[in-house]
Design a protein around this ligand. Sequence first.
Ligand SMILES: *[C@@H]1O[C@H](CO)[C@@H](O)[C@H](O)[C@H]1NC(C)=O
Ligand SMILES: *[C@@H]1O[C@H](CO)[C@@H](O)[C@H](O)[C@H]1NC(C)=O
Ligand SMILES: *[C@@H]1O[C@H](CO)[C@@H](O)[C@H](O)[C@H]1NC(C)=O
Ligand SMILES: *[C@@H]1O[C@H](CO)[C@@H](O)[C@H](O)[C@H]1NC(C)=O
Ligand SMILES: *[C@@H]1O[C@H](CO)[C@@H](O)[C@H](O)[C@H]1NC(C)=O
Ligand SMILES: *[C@@H]1O[C@H](CO)[C@@H](O)[C@H](O)[C@H]1NC(C)=O
Ligand SMILES: *[C@@H]1O[C@H](CO)[C@@H](O)[C@H](O)[C@H]1NC(C)=O
Ligand SMILES: *[C@@H]1O[C@H](CO)[C@@H](O)[C@H](O)[C@H]1NC(C)=O
Ligand SMILES: *[C@@H]1O[C@H](CO)[C@@H](O)[C@H](O)[C@H]1NC(C)=O
Ligand SMILES: *[C@@H]1O[C@H](CO)[C@@H](O)[C@H](O)[C@H]1NC(C)=O
Ligand SMILES: *[C@@H]1O[C@H](CO)[C@@H](O)[C@H](O)[C@H]1NC(C)=O
Ligand SMILES: CC(=O)N[C@H]1CO[C@H](CO)[C@@H](O)[C@@H]1O
Length: 697
Amino acid sequence: MSSAILLFFILFIEFFAICCSVKAVNTTFGCTAGERKALLRFRESFSDPYSTLSSWKGEDCCTWLGIRCDKFTGHVISLDLGNKDLQGKTLDSSLLELKHLSYLDLSGFDFQYNSFPAFIGSMKQLQYLNLSLMSFHGVVPHNLGNLSSLRVLDLSRIDDLIVDDLAWISRLSSLEHLDLSYVDLSPTKDLLKFIGRYSFWDHFAKLSKLSDLRLSSFKFKVKLDWVPPFQLRWLVLESCDIGGQFPQWVQMQKELGYLYMENCSISDTLSNSLYKYKNMFVLFLSNNHIQGPIPNNISQMLPSLLELQLDQNSINGSLPDSLCEMTSLIYMDISRNHLSGNLPECLGNLRDLMGIGLSSNEISGVIPNSISGAYLLEYLKLNNNSLTGKLPFTMKNCTNLIVVDIGENKFLGKLPKWIGNYLPDLRLLRLRNNKFYGQIPFEVCQLLKLQMLDLANNNLTGGIPNCFGNLSGMVPNSNYHYDWVAESFTEVLKGLELEYSSEMSRFLVNLDVSNNNLVGKIPWELTRLSDLIGLNLSHNHLVGEIPELIGDMKSVESLDLSNNNLSGTIPSSLSDLSFISHLNLSNNNLSGKIPTGRQLQTLDYPSIYEGNPRLCGAPLPKKCEEGSMVQSIMDNHVAANEGDNIIDDKVLLSIVIICGFATGFWGVIGFLVINKRWRQAYFEFAEERIIRRLFGG
Ligand SMILES: *[C@@H]1O[C@H](CO)[C@@H](O)[C@H](O)[C@H]1NC(C)=O
Ligand SMILES: *[C@@H]1O[C@H](CO)[C@@H](O)[C@H](O)[C@H]1NC(C)=O
Ligand SMILES: *[C@@H]1O[C@H](CO)[C@@H](O)[C@H](O)[C@H]1NC(C)=O
Ligand SMILES: *[C@@H]1O[C@H](CO)[C@@H](O)[C@H](O)[C@H]1NC(C)=O
Ligand SMILES: *[C@@H]1O[C@H](CO)[C@@H](O)[C@H](O)[C@H]1NC(C)=O
Ligand SMILES: *[C@@H]1O[C@H](CO)[C@@H](O)[C@H](O)[C@H]1NC(C)=O
Ligand SMILES: *[C@@H]1O[C@H](CO)[C@@H](O)[C@H](O)[C@H]1NC(C)=O
Ligand SMILES: *[C@@H]1O[C@H](CO)[C@@H](O)[C@H](O)[C@H]1NC(C)=O
Ligand SMILES: *[C@@H]1O[C@H](CO)[C@@H](O)[C@H](O)[C@H]1NC(C)=O
Ligand SMILES: *[C@@H]1O[C@H](CO)[C@@H](O)[C@H](O)[C@H]1NC(C)=O
Ligand SMILES: *[C@@H]1O[C@H](CO)[C@@H](O)[C@H](O)[C@H]1NC(C)=O
Ligand SMILES: CC(=O)N[C@H]1CO[C@H](CO)[C@@H](O)[C@@H]1O
């Protein structure tokens, strides 16, 4: 009864507030003069190269971009300058005059590596402070601990920020959200910090309201019996060496919805790690040393799970049937473990599943027919296992498939025609290293979005279909590659087997039918595929000439036609391939003079052309017949200047690599450096997708 009255009372107040606020908006004249001046002074302390703050003029500062005022008093309560590409050397302390400011977002502000503005620690009324992605260096001022009203503190991703001691954090007793990820917390810099390592978590002893904690790269362990004062709903720990056992204090966080512990050297079993987490929707434990099987009762432990990420661990045993009871699962990745046994027959019960990753395990048996039940599936990654049998016909119900990677298995049978008829969204079809035989069906050409087709190392016969020229996913089409989220996968290009990160792989356009028993000519239509980066037709029985228009494949970086029975001369248009960095025409029946010029100049290894007895000219030792006198004089000249040439070539090569990089060259270096960041980007995307799904929108 009394609660009903209370509710009524609250509703009344709410109603009253709404009426008044409408009125108030139109009766106040916006911000106070003092605060307006303070803002203008603050504005002068930094530059705004993209004029994002062009609205910062006029009397009413409450209407300026990024500013919110209190409806009743007109005081500035919120300043949001996050991600506005602003730059400055110092932040003007005039912000201190905004006495009512409770929300301050300066994320991404380019501070040109000056020191952290200490005055921020005096803005006592702040409840939200976001300085992530800012660039300054030095030590976090300890007076941040004076911000006793602070509920959200985000200092993540600040290069060169030193957190020398976290004692100040213990005073932030209102803190609900703390993000220090990608801030170096590892106690390596001096001995003092090293001694302090075991007290790290003591600083969290009073943060009883904390519900979202994100940290990375640290080694601080806690006593086994530590009882944290908080109940987290969100926990992100990355690259934390917390030592073997799954931390007991994390087990106590029964309200956890989101648990991310990547690369934290956990070597426990899952059954020792997880209790019942009724709210958990994301479990991300990739890149640890987790052992033992997936618990039989995993569906009872994690009844609400949407995303399960356990890749790169040492999980063994087979996939339990109870996995199929996790009917809310959207994404599951248990790649790179030691799973064995069969895929559960009941897999199709996971009707919401959009992605399965089980690559690089030891799973055997067949893909169950029931897979048709998982008809929302977009990503199917089963590569590098021991799966066998035919691709089940029922898979044609999974019409949303974007990625099918079942390479490195023992699948057999003919390439199914239904792939072309029923999977119109397919971007990546990777069937390499299996036992598929028979002809390549024309239906494959109906996969108009296909940009990665890898049929290498099978036993395919017949010709290369002319209609491959119609694979419009392999011709330039602006923005086409941007509208999907790829998955990382391994591909052989330029003779190297590399893993392409998810962000890189969506730009990879590759056609590989090498090492089969294909016969006939190379269809000239292939030269229409001018977005192809890799083309590998090697190790087949192809005859006839290299298409005259080969030079139209402008994007090709890696071209391998070796080990066939190609004849005729090498088309001179080959020298139009300005990005080519790997070429192999060896072991064919080619004849005549090797074309020269431009990019071909840098590819001067005789091995490119060897095994073609009737080819002549540089870089082969065999000279061409006509004008042999002139030729030999020229050759001598080249020999005399060899030293210079080597330098020129190197310079040229690096220029080509740099140019190539900007337009889509995936070198080892690019991959290694960029991969992690992009992985993060994908992760954020996935997160967003899940949140959208959870909350509708
Ligand atoms: C802080 O700002 C960054 C970049 O604008 C944003 O991604 C992040 O979500 C913000 N943090 C919080 C806690 O709101
Ligand atoms: C703020 O913090 C500093 C250092 O942590 C401390 O010396 C100072 O007394 C505090 N100021 C106020 C007003 O609480
Ligand atoms: C994993 O964490 C260790 C520190 O514990 C770090 O040195 C290493 O670079 C991390 N690896 C990855 C892939 O993030
Ligand atoms: C899962 O099974 C283990 C024993 O195998 C048991 O200790 C645990 O309580 C079970 N968890 C749930 C949530 O049922
Ligand atoms: C899983 O690995 C553990 C050792 O880590 C071993 O004792 C157990 O027999 C393995 N189980 C299976 C099914 O291979
Ligand atoms: C395939 O899996 C094995 C382990 O099962 C691993 O050693 C190997 O690197 C994987 N190969 C590829 C290409 O991922
Ligand atoms: C095939 O997909 C449809 C939705 O497109 C779904 O309703 C149906 O149950 C699926 N068929 C099977 C056999 O699971
Ligand atoms: C490939 O297929 C041919 C017949 O088409 C067969 O004779 C041969 O044994 C097969 N090779 C392999 C490795 O399966
Ligand atoms: C390729 O597409 C064109 C129309 O775009 C069509 O006329 C032609 O028949 C197709 N070629 C093959 C071999 O399917
Ligand atoms: C082409 O494929 C063959 C056999 O599959 C492989 O050995 C070779 O390295 C590949 N060529 C390139 C340039 O990647
Ligand atoms: C290559 O093709 C020629 C005809 O163009 C034929 O005489 C020869 O036997 C073929 N060589 C091989 C190894 O298939
Ligand atoms: C909330 C409200 O009524 N706002 C009005 C205030 O006055 C301006 C014009 O001066 C209107 O455009 C707003 O709709």
